[in-house]
Design a protein around this ligand. Structure first.
Ligand SMILES: Nc1ncnc2c1ncn2[C@@H]1O[C@H](COP(=O)(O)OP(=O)(O)OP(=O)(O)O)[C@@H](O)[C@H]1O
Length: 645
């Protein structure tokens, strides 16, 4: 990258002012240090005009390629971060260790401002060129930095507010920087601090994925002093080779063990840190890969909880015993990609979800009704190493509160008066070894949240009426349309359970924002027609389908295509076979807004009428209305309709 000029001093008036401010209590120490570097080491001029250097397309591509699949992981996490700070005029930026911008997501409303501020793919934001800034100074300091407005050395950057956090490589060096910047900073510092915390968390998550991926072929000990943190963001990681020597340690491992130098861990036998040999690690990874194991370090005897991960390709003994023998002629499972569509956001979700879920990180899927949360969870299950084991879905909104406990946890013979004679295993035990999909987790009653948390922490379950704990091995995906964090803040959802379930949140886009609508229409129509001939869709009808807002998302699209295919006579779906709200489009939606109250009443009446007609059977009513059971339950709650006992 650029060589640092050996100039010593800059002489402008602004430079003198900055010099005078260095050392005053108003300037943060890392900002002062950076100004010193700018003034004395790089000799750059604060008042100079912008002259941002930008790499050519070929050099940029080379740098992006060096990141390989890590760029996909980072991109998915950037989307996630962007969702959390969206609406505040931010850009989320990823640079490499030379401060070259490799990837960026920018608020479309302020794209122009960011371009004027020099945010281009390939732009070089190193400190020796651009002065104090979120990317370059983060690299120079090797730690997170917040650079707010006139803390930027160059005057032309003084409208920016940047929060940059390093993504550490496996040897502790800075591999990349993740940054959230606002072009015209109006947010006060405390808001910036919140943004900084989010950026640091995301950077940590990317580094953790990178570590686990880099040591795919090693034994990995994952531990933390708090059992609930194992498998999550701040867990400590030690990669150990076949001889039992530690080959890498992440930042958290050093923090947890209270060691400031990596050299005291890397190259040492694991038996000098914990009182066991590599053979124990092998045994734990083979026989109980998901079970937490209490360990103590040799130096101070502090207690930690650990799980061991075997190298890729190693078949855990428990799975080897349980798996059904493979059938030589069985077709290989279809790639997960086909089940989620080709929309780039969904593909990024899939890449990130597969990597993390494959490493037992619990996932939280956030998306509106019908966006395909369950379908996506199934695709991840199919792509996992435990695809042969059960996928068990539990809809927390659809089961009456009084039944959730027994449905989930099961019960023993005679646990209560009308308990089935042979008892009931419960969904959690059914899912053991496979995937447990907790749909509408936000609707789980608080008391049961506590029980669920205990199961997830202790990896065992006591059925209703039972006294013996039964071990379970769970991989959990939860889904919600609620803002769970908001529910945590309101005290309606347990914070510890939220963090337990949310190794990472993946946002499923609404159908209207997906770029693969045509492909989805084609897939759904084929699925709906089964063995029968698939009709064509005429151009006018296709335009309507592509242009409609789809509030019920993919489920509504499926229902629409099913009806149209059933009605069509001459193998062509035409506009007159589509429902009026799709044909009338915007006008209908507008009219709906204007008559919100009468419409709401009409919806309530129609719901009650349909429920009565179906004798209050929720599944059948949902089916005739063409909506999911969840949506029906939500509507019932919205309209305060009381269900008969
Ligand atoms: N990629 C896809 N290709 C084809 N069909 C899909 C795809 N994703 C979802 N679907 C279909 O869309 C419908 C709704 O999907 P799903 O039940 O997974 O949504 P959801 O978000 O879990 O809904 P809810 O929140 O209401 O439970 C289903 O019929 C499913 O088969």
């Amino acid at each position: 990258m650029s060589s640092i000029p050996s100039t010593t001093a800059t002489s402008s008036r602004t430079a003198s002012l900055l010099r005078a401010r260095i050392g005053t209590t108003k300037v943060l120490p890392y900002v002062a240090k950076s100004w010193e570097r700018c003034l004395h080491r790089y000799g750059i001029e604060p008042d100079a005009d912008r002259d941002t250097a930008v790499l050519g397309a070929e050099s940029l591509r080379e740098r992006q390629q060096r990141f390989g699949s890590l760029l996909d992981v980072a991109r998915a996490e950037m989307e996630n971060l962007y969702e959390q700070i969206t609406g505040s005029g931010y850009a989320v930026i990823l640079s490499d260790a030379d401060a070259v911008v490799l990837s960026a997501i920018t608020d479309p409303n302020v794209k122009r401002e960011f371009r004027q501020a020099g945010l281009w793919l390939g732009a070089i934001w190193s400190e020796d060129r651009e002065g104090t800034n979120g990317l370059g100074t983060c690299i120079a300091e090797g730690g997170p930095v917040m650079v707010y407005r006139d803390e930027h050395f160059r005057r032309y950057n003084a409208t920016l507010a940047c929060s940059g956090a390093p993504i550490h490589d496996v040897d502790g060096s800075v591999l990349a920087v993740l940054d959230a910047s606002s072009a015209h900073a109006v947010d006060a510092r405390p808001v910036q601090r919140h943004t900084m915390a989010l950026v640091s968390m995301s950077a940590n998550l990317i580094a953790r994925c990178h570590f686990l991926d880099s040591f795919n072929d090693a034994w990995v000990l994952r531990f933390h002093s708090r059992a609930e943190f194992v498998g999550l963001l701040h867990e400590a990681l030690l990669a150990v080779d076949e001889e039992g020597i530690v080959v890498a340690a992440n930042e958290s491992a050093m923090v947890q063990l209270g060691i400031s130098s990596r050299a005291r861990l890397v190259g040492q036998p694991v038996s000098s840190i914990f009182p066991f040999e590599i053979e124990t690690l092998r045994q734990r990874a083979s026989e109980a890969p998901g079970t937490l194991w209490p360990i103590r370090d040799i130096a101070y005897g502090r207690r930690f909880f650990a799980v061991a991960r075997a190298p890729a390709g190693h078949v855990p003994r428990s799975v080897a015993v349980a798996a059904t023998p493979s059938q030589p002629d069985a077709p290989s499972p279809p790639p997960a990609r086909r089940h989620v569509g080709s929309d780039p956001r969904m593909q990024r979700n899939l890449n990130c979800g597969r990597q993390l879920f494959g490493r037992r990180v619990p996932l939280l899927l956030q998306g509106a009704t019908g966006t395909g949360k369950e379908a996506f969870a199934k695709a991840l299950h199919r792509a996992s190493a435990w695809a042969e084991r059960p996928f068990v879905a539990v809809n927390c909104a659809a089961i009456p509160e009084s039944l959730i406990e027994s449905e989930l946890f099961g019960y023993t013979r005679g646990a209560f008066t009308d308990a089935a004679r042979e008892g009931h295993v419960g969904k959690i035990r059914q899912a053991s070894g496979g995937t447990l999909f907790l749909d509408e987790i936000g609707d789980m009653p608080l008391a049961l949240q506590t029980r669920l948390l205990r199961v997830l922490e202790e990896h065992e379950i006591v059925p209703l009426g039972g006294s013996k704990a039964i071990p379970v091995d769970l991989h959990v995906i939860s889904a919600t349309y609620h803002d769970l964090l908001h529910m945590v803040q309101d005290g309606r959802f347990r914070e510890d359970l939220y963090y337990r379930l949310n190794g990472i949140t993946l946002h499923l886009p609404p159908l209207s924002e997906r770029t693969d609508k045509r492909e989805l229409i084609d897939t759904l129509l084929r699925e709906e027609c089964g063995d029968e001939a698939v009709p064509d869709i005429d151009p006018a009808a296709m335009d309507l389908l592509l242009g409609y807002a789809w509030p019920g998302n993919i489920r509504q699209l499926r229902n629409t295509l099913r009806t149209a295919a059933a009605l069509c006579q001459d193998q062509t779906i035409t506009a007159d076979l589509l429902p009026p709200e799709i044909v009338e489009g915007e006008h209908a939606a507008q009219a709906a807004q204007e008559t919100a109250t009468p419409l709401r009443d009409a919806e309530r009446d129609a719901l009650i009428r349909e429920l009565e007609r179906m004798h209050w059977n929720i599944s059948r009513t949902a089916e005739t209305l063409g909506i999911s059971r969840n949506t029906l339950y939500r509507k019932i709650r919205k309209h305060e309709i009381v269900l008969p006992d």
